[in-house]
Design a protein. Structure first.
Length: 316
């Protein structure tokens, strides 16, 4: 038997981030033409002021990924894999990731992750597994065109959802100065019915039950990730959560003990962009110089399925 090279433990470093929004904006005032609502009513209940519509999932993903690659200083030959988190793929079949890889000029594997608003964090933890097996750089993207499955005459769902994309180039860090130090993923299929869209349908939601289950999921996954890392909330320097409704975060933060001051928020200008929200927030955090080497950043997703995922990253 031939001797095999030992697997060398490696960390994960994010070396480039990008985001993209389609140019067309749908404001709260615009929605008053299609439903009984007002800007004040929407802002009070959700924290949302506007959302972007238009574009394609592959197009937005490609735009965000190209920016991330440019900022990382890498070219098409440097990417080993594309992982695309999306709830709104261009087609039922095939997946959208291969089209993104094609448009970026890549020659590598590419696949979609369908875990709703938790998808990008799922993708990040999957990417770490591939890096441990020898890959060097992976694109982890979240991209959504939720306007295609949103009824903008429905006051329960039409005020919430919009389009956008965010992408990150993740790279193996053999020294493990940067890494995911704790993580958790989970799902409870007993709550599939509280937020869903059938083929050729639009999003249907039981808002009150989504609120209840989301708060529970946030608390549970945060506790599990911190326990794995051997840390407490005092060790978390910045929280980058999915954002469906600001009230959900406020309710969960009261139970956990986080501060909104240490939370990156883009909900007011983007609405709920499902799998794209967290990488878009990360892009905003870096633009605002909110992350420093050695900081512990908590990525936190929750959404339809019901799914949840969190990852605590030591920033390199």
């Amino acid at each position: 038997m031939n001797a095999q090279a030992p697997i060398i433990p490696t960390g994960l470093r994010i070396i480039g981030v990008g985001s993209a929004l389609p140019p067309k904006i749908l404001t709260n005032d615009d929605l008053t033409a299609t439903m009984d609502t007002s800007d004040a009513w929407i802002r009070e209940r959700t924290g949302i002021g506007q959302r972007h519509i238009g574009g394609t999932t592959s197009g937005l993903a490609t735009e965000a990924a190209a920016i991330a690659m440019e900022r990382a200083g890498v070219g098409p030959g440097d990417i080993d894999l594309v992982i695309l988190a999306t709830t709104s793929p261009d087609y039922i079949c095939p997946g959208t990731a291969p089209a993104v890889a094609r448009d970026l000029g890549l020659d590598c594997g590419a696949f979609d992750v369908s875990a709703a608003c938790s998808g990008w964090v799922y993708g990040l933890t999957v990417a770490r597994g591939y890096l441990l097996q020898g890959m060097e750089r992976i694109l982890v993207i979240g991209s959504e065109t939720l306007d295609r499955i949103t009824d903008y005459t429905d006051r329960g769902t039409g005020i919430l959802f919009g389009n956008g994309a965010g992408a990150a180039v993740v790279q193996a860090d053999p020294g493990a100065t940067a890494d995911i130090v704790g993580w958790d993923t989970g799902a409870d299929g007993n709550y599939v019915h509280i937020l869903y869209s059938e083929h050729d349908g639009v999003l249907q939601m039981d808002g009150k039950e989504v609120f209840r289950q989301a708060v529970k999921a946030i608390v549970r996954t945060t506790e599990r990730t911190l326990a794995m890392a051997g840390m407490t909330i005092d060790d978390v320097d910045l929280v980058i959560p999915h954002q469906a409704n600001v009230r959900i975060l406020e309710a969960a933060w009261k139970k956990i003990g986080f501060s909104m001051d240490d939370t990156i928020q883009i909900l007011e200008r983007t609405g709920n962009t499902s799998g794209a929200t967290i990488p878009m927030c990360l892009d905003q955090a870096l633009d605002d110089d909110r992350i420093a080497a050695g900081d512990h950043v908590l990525f936190l997703g929750f959404g339809a399925g019901m799914t949840w995922a969190s990852a605590l990253m030591r920033w390199g």
